[in-house]
Design a protein around this ligand. Structure first.
Ligand code: GTP
Ligand code: MG
Length: 255
């Protein structure tokens, strides 16, 4: 078939295929979720319903994109790690980030009413998405450590901040002033001495975020036996130390 004279405009598209042999991470992050969480009455400092909905949306993404070997989420963000050798969308950066981000956003909306009492949010939620490449195993581990450390720092701050307000009767600006310049030990001490909260016994999901991995689990067969089936499992564990990676060495090795 003859090409139209307009065909040349395709040449303006550029090749954004990700470098071979690198870890591809797509991270999605809620746009303006400070406001979104307030307007939708998210519980402070953490709303289990909202965090569970984020994990449900992330699970939908992993069910669709089989080359995602691990996802990590906290607050209003989720990171998706593609296998180093993935050929999904010929490794085209925008294809990967837009498809992941779009599915995540639509799943967040699709499952909203299963987690909140309203049938839908007050306005359409928005998530941004980006693709970042990490060349070495150390880099990808450091990336995930960075996100989990961020979860810990923010959660300790928010837990103390909201305890001072909701249980201590301080105003937000008084609480902010009290926490200015404090180290993590100081915040642990405030929580323990003023509110009898031992931060270390707060739920793992809040302190560590959520890791999604595929694991083989036995499923019952109609005739009574069992067979192994790959399922997406959520874990709330440390991914900064070596233990997780020693136990899951398959994640970092090329298959
Ligand atoms: P942009 O991402 O730059 O658009 O800004 P943002 O407003 O989304 O802020 P950011 O992504 O840095 O942080 C996420 C914000 O979402 C937090 O600061 C909280 O205000 C809010 N948030 C996330 N999870 C929860 C939750 O479980 N409970 C409450 N109350 N707020 C939450
Ligand atoms: Mg955000």
């Amino acid at each position: 078939m003859a090409k139209s004279k307009f065909e040349y405009v395709r040449l303006f598209e550029f090749d954004d295929r990700c470098l071979l042999n690198t870890w591809i991470v797509v991270r999605v992050d809620g746009k303006g979720f400070h406001k979104f969480s307030t307007e939708h009455d998210y519980e402070k400092p953490n709303d289990i319903k909202a965090l569970s909905l984020m994990t449900k949306a992330a699970t939908s993404v992993m069910e669709e994109f089989k080359d995602i070997c691990l996802a990590y989420g906290q607050s209003d963000e989720y990171s998706f790690v593609f296998r180093k050798e993935t050929q999904a969308y010929s490794r085209r950066s925008a294809k990967l980030s837009t498809n992941v981000c779009s599915l995540f956003t639509s799943a967040f909306l699709y499952y909203w009413s299963e987690y909140f009492t309203s049938s839908r949010p007050l306005y359409p939620p928005v998530f941004d998405g980006r693709t970042v490449l990490y060349p070495s195993n150390q880099n990808i581990r450091d990336y995930l450590s960075w996100r989990q450390a961020d979860c810990h720092i923010n959660n300790l701050y928010n837990t103390t901040f909201w305890a001072l307000i909701l249980k201590g009767g301080l105003t937000p600006s008084e609480a902010e002033q009290k926490l200015k310049g404090t180290l993590s030990g100081d915040k642990n001490e405030i929580l323990f001495s003023q509110f009898a909260i031992n931060y270390n016994t707060e739920p793992d999901m809040l302190r560590k975020g959520t890791v999604l991995v595929r694991r083989k689990v036995p499923v019952a067969l109609p005739n009574g036996g069992t067979r192994e089936k790959s399922q997406i499992i959520q874990e709330h564990i440390d991914i900064i130390g070596d233990e997780f990676w020693d136990k899951n060495s398959h994640l970092l090795s090329i298959s």
